[in-house]
Write a protein that binds this ligand. Structure first.
Ligand code: HSE
Length: 293
């Protein structure tokens, strides 16, 4: 048996829609795999009742098929599905790393990124890699059609998860089909600022770089209380706030000293909007880890 801990991730970071991602040091999924003649799946943990165990409908079934590695796969979910925290990517990345090890396939983590992205296609219809790349490689990742670039950033974050479910498919339907040149210039400026901020490990630059005006405002409408939560986070000392992935989690970047205050302010603002929420005080972390063979 092989056991892997695969972290939650936050994609987009505002200005890097479908490109940027970060691994979070918590929460995480734990994936156990054992050789078998055909793939079977068992899911426990948070939100497991909403996850199909049929291998044709589960992200890890697609991964096992792509690696030609049938197994009994047990997933202990720590990352809630439909959260915007890379729940499906954590399972896909965990399964890809574990099955690669179990069957001694010899693929590098970079080579496992497109394999794990096959799992993403099962849930969102598209094999985008902006969650699976950080889940496998850790740090801040830039996933493009040329491959993935990583920076080992260390930035404090708060991920605030309301009790609302937003499916990635629905959140992709609201993405505008066009943008103006002015909006594109603004986005490029912010994306470049964010990248420099990650390299310099500077939360203020990362926060400034999260501002984005094309996709985020459209998606914010799917999250009850988003504007109030954003304002509350800034008032409590956040340097930047955006929708985490496809939502509904809201991601804030701040200095370490402000994290507790920002987390409490975000939960309280959701509560005032009538939505229960919990906040993870986290930071940019490492990729999936094999911890039991
Ligand atoms: N980049 C993707 C999106 C991440 O925002 O739709 C969610 O899986």
């Amino acid at each position: 048996m092989v056991t892997v801990r695969a972290p939650a991730t936050s994609a987009n970071l505002g200005s890097g829609f479908d490109v940027f991602g970060v691994a979070l040091d918590r929460p995480a999924d734990v994936v156990h795999v054992e050789r078998a003649d055909r793939t079977t799946i068992e899911v426990t943990g948070v939100g497991s009742q909403y996850i199909p165990t049929n291998p044709d409908q589960n992200v890890v079934g697609a991964v096992a098929e792509a690696l030609d590695a049938p197994a009994h796969i047990r997933i202990d979910k720590g990352v809630r599905p439909s959260s915007g925290l890379g729940s499906s990517a954590a399972s896909s990345a965990g399964a890809a790393l574990a099955l690669n090890e179990l069957y001694d396939r010899g693929l590098s983590r970079e080579e496992l990124v497109p394999v794990a992205a096959e799992g993403e296609a099962v849930v969102s219809g598209e094999a985008h890699a902006d969650n699976v790349a950080p889940a496998l490689l850790g740090g801040f990742t830039v996933a493009t059609d040329e491959g993935v670039t990583t920076v080992d950033a260390d930035i404090p974050l708060v991920a605030c998860l309301p009790e609302i479910a937003v499916s990635t498919r629905d959140a992709r339907r609201v993405v505008p089909e066009t943008a103006t040149m002015e909006e594109l210039v603004h986005t490029v400026g912010r994306a470049a600022t964010l990248s420099v901020g990650m390299c310099r490990r500077d939360p203020k630059l990362v926060g400034a770089g999260m501002d984005e005006r094309i996709v985020t405002p459209a998606r914010a409408k799917l999250i009850t209380g988003y504007d109030e939560v954003r304002t509350a986070a800034f008032d409590a000392g956040a340097d930047g706030v955006t929708v985490s992935g496809a939502g509904p989690a809201v991601l804030a970047v701040c200095g370490t000293h402000a994290r507790t205050r920002v987390a409490a302010a975000m939960v309280e603002a959701f509560d005032e909007a009538g939505v229960a929420a919990r906040a993870y005080k986290t930071r940019v972390g490492s990729g999936a880890e094999v911890f039991g063979i």
